[in-house]
Design a protein around this ligand. Sequence first.
Ligand code: 5GP
Length: 180
Amino acid sequence: MSANATRIRELISAERLQARLTELAAEIESDYRGGDPPLCIGVLKGSVFFLVDLLKRIDIPLHVDFLQTSSYGSGTEPGEVRILKDVDLPLRGRHVLLLEDIVDTGYTLNTVLALFRFRGASSVKLCALLDKRGARQVEVPIDYCGFEVENVFVLGYGLDVDERYRNLPYIGVLEGATDE
Ligand code: 5GP
């Protein structure tokens, strides 16, 4: 694919993303205020930009950890999810808030949510920046959702195409891609 033949169409502007994060942060802060500090776990690498911007807006004690799973193009069967990097902190008795960039088929989150419950977390909630509802293969309950997107491959704000575009401040879609 020639990089020159492609153009990025903006789907969600940086301003809309940041405004929605302010709303989500207020909701999360109010739900967890007064309880034990939640353990916020980001799914690497895509959630990093979103996690930092969101958590900086939350004014209650919380802990942060990361998990990395196999992703698109890994060559695994659909629905087969591998843990590439596990969390460092114990989950037993913790209120876990999982932060994911996008829920697509739902296979990744379905597996991770089940694993965290199995490990004895007191509660496991999911905050997803994007919900690609039209692509869902297994149902995954999203407690805090940023935006619903169409069934297209999106990029930017943590989401990559072959490791590119993660640092865009907005969410976009590639247009005009040709095989040259
Ligand atoms: P799922 O298991 O729900 O199908 O998708 C899990 C992972 O696939 C996401 O965390 C993300 O890394 C990747 N993914 C799914 N849809 C997209 C997309 O539209 N764009 C990008 N860049 N990654 C995606």
